[in-house]
Design a protein around this ligand. Structure first.
Ligand code: SF4
Ligand code: SF4
Length: 303
């Protein structure tokens, strides 16, 4: 349990990350860079300084500590990130938490201790979910956390894009009750354009995971103009049809642009893919996918 693990945070009482009430561990670092990512602070392995202007009381401490990288512009403190050495002195001295750091280095033992706080909820209806970022980049830590939870008979789930070596997935197989596997774009060139990586490894891993007998729910994040056309439905169905009947289901997730503020806090550019789908648009996509898959599995709209 002394294995170190890099996370951004642990979030309790989630209702969207598996059956029942979940505590979710967000791992730091991902092998994809999806332009619509809702958790941009988890993408980089590196620590990053987060600056939330609304929490700033203009006390000037950060400017005294590091005048190179902080300055007042009009009424606002501005963080200049180019020459930041990530020493975190400004973070330690900021009295309001306006400056914060995106990475927590901790141990499996500490994470498990935190997870066990909600054991009474899990026993009734719920469990724990490892997410990210890509949690399976830290497969040894995942395995140990899940193994400890299974000793207490806690339901375990993993949210993954599967863009990792198969060996990483194999390590957690005996201890994971349910995988949520993202499926974003079937055309590999297009996948690279929007996520920074081709999709060969992901597709191969998804087939292997289903063949292993693991319980798998496929999740399709529906992104306007990116993967929501009739052609995309045909490609999704053609790929999924061989094993759809062995899935726990397919969840289609509505696009939303609520993460914009997270990009601002990180000092990163936000890509807006437009208006989120209406309920009818989402239901129509799900029903067409369902028909193309000849009702071999259930396609759920996540409204
Ligand atoms: S983390 Fe260190 S180098 Fe970066 S802005 Fe803060 S004090 Fe300056
Ligand atoms: S130390 Fe924190 S509260 Fe004070 S000026 Fe800097 S960011 Fe704002």
């Amino acid at each position: 349990m002394s294995v170190t693990v890099e996370i951004t945070n642990i979030s309790r009482a989630s209702l969207h990350d598996g059956p029942g009430i979940r505590t979710v561990v967000y791992f730091k670092g991902c092998s994809l860079k999806c332009l619509w990512c809702h958790n941009p602070e988890t993408i980089s392995k590196n620590d990053e300084i987060l600056y939330t202007p609304i929490k700033c009381i203009h006390c000037g401490r950060c400017i005294k500590i590091c005048p190179e990288n902080h300055k007042i512009e009009g009424n606002d403190m501005v963080l200049l990130r180019e020459n930041c050495k990530r020493c975190k002195e400004c973070v330690k001295n900021c009295p309001t938490g306006a400056l914060a750091s995106s990475k927590k280095q901790t141990t499996v033992a500490e994470v498990v201790k935190e997870l066990m706080k909600d054991i009474h909820y899990y026993r009734q209806n719920g469990g724990i979910t490892l997410s990210g970022g890509e949690c399976l980049l830290q497969a040894d830590a995942c395995k140990e956390i899940l193994e400890e939870c299974k000793k207490e008979d806690i339901h375990t789930a993993i949210e993954t894009a599967l863009n990792v070596p198969w060996g990483n997935i194999e390590k957690v197989l005996p201890f994971c009750d349910l995988f949520f596997a993202d499926l974003k774009i079937l055309n590999s060139k297009k996948h690279k354009e929007f996520t920074g990586s081709e999709n060969g490894l992901i597709l191969e891993n998804l087939k292997k995971l289903v063949d292993s007998g693991a319980k798998v729910t496929v999740r399709i994040p529906l992104i306007p103009t990116v993967n929501d056309s009739e052609e995309d439905i045909k490609l999704f169905a053609a790929f999924l049809c061989d094993f759809a009947s062995r899935l726990c289901g397919i969840e289609v997730l509505r696009y939303n642009n609520l993460a914009e503020s997270k990009y601002l806090i990180l000092g990163k550019e936000f890509t807006d893919f437009g208006t989120p789908q209406s309920d009818d648009e989402l239901k129509s996509f799900c029903s067409r996918l369902d028909t193309s898959l000849k009702n071999e599995t259930t396609v759920y709209c996540i409204l």
